[in-house]
Write a protein that binds this ligand. Structure first.
Ligand code: SAM
Length: 252
């Protein structure tokens, strides 16, 4: 499992490049039209770093996820989807990988952060129909990219930072942290905190030519970000954004 960074091909580590070059088969799960850009980016990385003719790419269609599922149904829906993906990956490994060959999944950002590939591989191993060993190569996460592009740290001195999802943020601002990184937010949960003493550091398409950054007191930045987000989404058909909310501790 190779973390490939959050969009900038130069975020590939030397360790990742070495792992790419030692791979016979790359497994790519295609997520359909909107994510075609991301599949293209992975292919370009391979073209740039791995000699042609030394590897194969095997593609499969990603199973549809029940995006309508909400609240309590959300976790089972993710679980079903993960199992469906595990079934596809199991078949790919069994059918496409020779006995002595090595395969790789290229994972966006860092495999340790909101990515299901580790869980999928463990599920496949637990089924015991195919056996293999695997290693994980860490990658530069979108969170690291966000902090770097805004030239800020994630935590303040001696203070915690929490990484969470838009869905969770919508349920309330975390009680124990004033610095909160939010990922996977399709509904702009930050808007509900626009009347609080909070600064936002926002980034979309980090590391890619489409990158957009904005920051400032949330009351002023939120409407701007909303507009930028809507325009970008309209233009490209999809968006990936991450942000840090920094609450003034006096504002609790
Ligand atoms: C399924 S998670 C994968 C995270 C990934 N493993 C990482 O380390 O960044 C997808 C979320 O990561 C964030 N993300 C990933 N790449 C991004 C990028 N280039 N720019 C902004 N956000 C990104 C977004 O919040 C998106 O909803």
């Amino acid at each position: 499992m190779i973390g490939i960074g959050a969009g900038d091909p130069e975020q590939l580590t030397l360790q990742a490049v070495r792992a790419l070059r030692g791979t016979d088969v790359f497994f790519v799960l295609d997520k359909g039209e909107v994510k075609a850009d991301l599949v293209r980016l992975r292919r370009e990385m391979l073209r740039t770093h791995v000699p042609e003719g030394t590897y194969r790419i095997v593609e499969a269609r990603d199973p549809e996820r029940d995006r309508g599922a909400d609240g309590a149904a959300y976790s089972p829906a993710v679980g079903d989807w993960r199992s469906a993906r595990a079934g596809i990956c199991e078949r790919l490994i069994a059918e496409e990988l020779g006995e002595d060959e090595s395969g790789a999944f290229l994972v966006w950002g860092d495999p340790a952060l909101y990515d299901s590939t580790l869980g999928i591989l463990e599920e496949i191993l637990a089924r015991s129909t195919v056996t293999f060993t695997y290693d994980v190569v860490p990658g530069v996460s979108s969170v690291s990219s966000l902090a770097a592009r805004h030239r800020t740290g994630l935590n303040r001195v001696g203070r915690p930072v929490q990484i969470t999802t838009g869905r969770r943020l919508a349920e309330g601002f975390p009680a124990d942290a004033d610095d909160v990184v939010v990922m996977l937010d399709a509904h702009q949960a930050f808007r509900q905190y626009a009347d609080q003493d909070i600064d936002i550091y926002w980034g979309a398409y980090l590391g890619t030519p489409d990158e957009i950054l904005d920051s400032g007191p949330i009351a002023e930045a939120a409407p701007r970000i909303e507009r930028l987000r809507a325009e970008a989404r309209e233009r490209k058909g999809w968006i990936m954004d991450t942000y840090l909310l920094r609450r003034n501790p006096g504002a609790r």
